[in-house]
Write a protein that binds this ligand. Structure first.
Ligand code: DON
Length: 585
């Protein structure tokens, strides 16, 4: 039985929605006069303008952010509009039922917003184990038992409350329009739906929306999401409580219970996003601010850069075996230390320990320049899983004043746990799998994690998401990527390309990348990352090389010293980059 939302039926609800539509239509009518906007595929070069820049994984979402910038919105307004549009047109990862992190730099002030999911109040340490202590297959991945308490509704609302400039209702408009009037299903969405068909088919509520007539909508068809549009309208009118309280929260609880989950309406109402101090460090004359625990991303990036600096990495020839070897050894140490990390309340270490110069000196001294050290192998991990069904999404936004938001958000697996909340139209995440759900068992990304990241009620599960902002004088780089455990390694390589080797933004994003995460003990490399000669040299040093399809899909914008802004989109994914060009530029 589908839930009918009561508020849409009240006279007051109707009245508000008519008034809202009228003034929003009036605002939209004057927008094109304010400035010229360009949205282009970013290949082969980044697009440029000086009035602001947006990059995201979907053209319609980039358009949404640009529309809000053009209307006089700032970077926070545009980031929220882009994220909400992604919740409509990129349901694999864009979400209301998931969570994420944002690094926000307004003027000189840098903050990070943690809107990561938390474990429900009824979660327990061994909830994914059977009576013999063995992991129950897929229990932390499929269905609402895998879902953490969503952080996005309160998180995006909070980002706007603290930093937004335009009225809240206005930043929600582009997403409402996409959901209500429809959007074109692109090839990527069609393929993702097809790849996840088995998962989506398990839940009739989901199949009714996303597999009409038993199949995913074809690429090129127009998809309307009226239930999601209604929820977004309520969200635009009343903010987070429209989702985290009342009939929507009740629908979440009902759907979760029906399919064996423990998520409750009380969990949703109790959820709070948190502002946290970013992880900060300097490298090669740049200041870097990245995401703190409960994401491991900022610590891994900081530790890697600290080790490379000590090893004289930047003085070695670019693209040579020395650089790949040292980068791999740095990654191996940073990911080994990740084993200690978890929710800040239970983490056994944090940035102050792992980025302390004493510790970086100890780690750097262990690294041999001529040979690889074995990581202790725990158990084999299937690389195929990482490449087939995973999607996270990142957006990078800068406004004309240079204020920046880097925001990464996800449901964890593509379409999260597979369950779409009936009547509300959004997917619930399967983020609980980011906890160490069973001792020694690698998670979806092959990460072997420690007790610090064990399941516990109200705990935030450890993440790898790494939205990052770096600046050097007037230059600012805003970046991030999907990719699970590969997020920090992809991010740091693009950063190194810019801050050490002086690459232009698009070149920095395009260059092939490598990845190592301690366990499994393998050096993953994109097809063109290393020449055959370098590959042989690395194997001679003891690295086991494995070719992999892609390492991340970096989405970045940048302000150059002269004030020009660039937006780049990774050729690894069909996203879109756009800039605002003031009249006459
Ligand atoms: O928080 C994390 O680290 C993971 N849940 C991210 C998942 C992800 O990046 C999936 N996509 N590629």
């Amino acid at each position: 039985m589908l839930l009918k939302l009561k508020y849409t039926r009240t006279m007051m609800g109707c009245f508000l929605s008519i008034v809202r539509r009228r003034w929003i239509a009036a605002i939209l009518a004057v927008l094109p006069m304010l400035s010229a906007v360009v949205v282009e595929a970013a290949h082969p070069a980044a697009v440029r303008g000086s009035g602001g820049a947006v990059a995201s994984a979907a053209p319609a979402a980039t358009e949404a952010g640009l529309e809000i910038l053009r209307a006089g919105g700032n970077a926070a307004d545009a980031a929220v509009a882009t994220a909400l549009a992604l919740a409509v047109v990129f349901p694999q990862a864009g979400n209301l039922g998931g969570g994420g992190f944002a690094v926000v730099r307004f003027g000189e002030e840098v903050n990070t917003l943690d809107f990561r999911e938390i474990a429900p109040a009824a979660a327990a340490h061994d909830m994914y184990l059977d009576d013999d202590g063995k992991p129950r297959p897929d229990a932390s991945l499929v269905g609402p038992l895998a879902a953490g308490v969503p952080g996005s509704p309160a998180g995006l609302f909070e980002l706007h409350r603290k930093f937004g400039h335009l009225p809240w209702a206005q930043v929600v408009v582009p997403a409402i329009r996409l959901a209500r009037d429809g959007f074109v299903v692109n090839t990527r969405l069609h393929r993702s739906l097809a790849a996840s068909e088995e998962l989506l088919q398990r839940f009739p509520e989901t199949a009714a929306v996303w597999l009409p007539e038993g199949r995913p909508p074809s690429a090129g068809s127009v998809k309307k999401l009226p239930e999601l549009a209604a929820i977004l309208e309520a969200y635009g009118a009343r903010g987070a409580p429209a989702i985290t309280e009342g009939p929507v929260a009740a629908a979440v609880e009902l759907a979760a219970r029906r399919h064996g989950g423990v998520l409750t309406a009380a969990d949703l109402a109790a959820y709070r996003p948190l502002w946290r101090e970013p992880v900060r460090f300097s490298a090669h004359g740049w200041q870097v601010a990245s995401v703190p625990l409960p994401s491991s991303g900022g610590i891994i990036i900081g530790e890697t850069l600290g080790l490379l600096d000590r090893l004289g990495w930047q003085e070695r020839p670019r693209f040579g075996a020395d650089r790949y070897h040292l980068l791999t050894e740095a990654f191996r140490r940073a990911y080994a230390d990740r084993f200690l990390l978890g929710d800040p309340r239970t983490s056994l270490a944090g940035a102050s320990e792992l980025l302390a110069s004493g510790w970086l000196d100890v780690r750097a001294a262990e690294i041999q320049t001529e040979s690889a050290v074995d990581s202790e192998r725990v158990r084999p991990w299937s690389q195929d899983r990482v490449e087939a069904h995973l999607e996270t999404t990142h957006l990078s936004v800068m406004d004309g004043a240079g204020n920046a938001v880097a925001l990464t958000t996800t449901l964890n697996g593509s379409f999260g746990c597979g369950l779409l909340v009936p009547g509300a139209g959004f997917f619930l995440n399967n983020e609980m799998d980011d906890f160490a759900v069973a001792p020694g068992r690698p998670n979806l990304y092959g990460l072997v994690q420690g007790e610090a990241n064990a399941v516990g009620p109200g705990k935030r599960m450890l993440s790898s998401m790494s939205p990052t902002v770096a600046w050097n004088g007037r230059q600012v780089v805003v970046l991030g990527t999907p990719g699970g455990s590969r997020i920090p390694t992809a991010t740091v390589q693009v950063l190194l390309n810019i801050i050490v080797d002086g690459d232009a933004l698009q070149a920095a994003v395009d260059r092939p990348r490598i990845h190592h995460q301690w366990m499994p003990d393998a050096l993953f490399a994109e097809a063109d990352a290393v020449s055959p000669e370098t590959a042989r040299a690395l194997e001679d040093r003891g690295h086991e090389l494995r070719v992999t399809k892609t390492i991340g899909e970096v989405i970045a914008v940048r302000r150059l010293a002269d004030g020009t802004m660039e937006a780049a989109q990774d050729p690894r994914g069909p996203g879109a980059a756009g800039v605002v060009r003031p009249e006459g530029e």
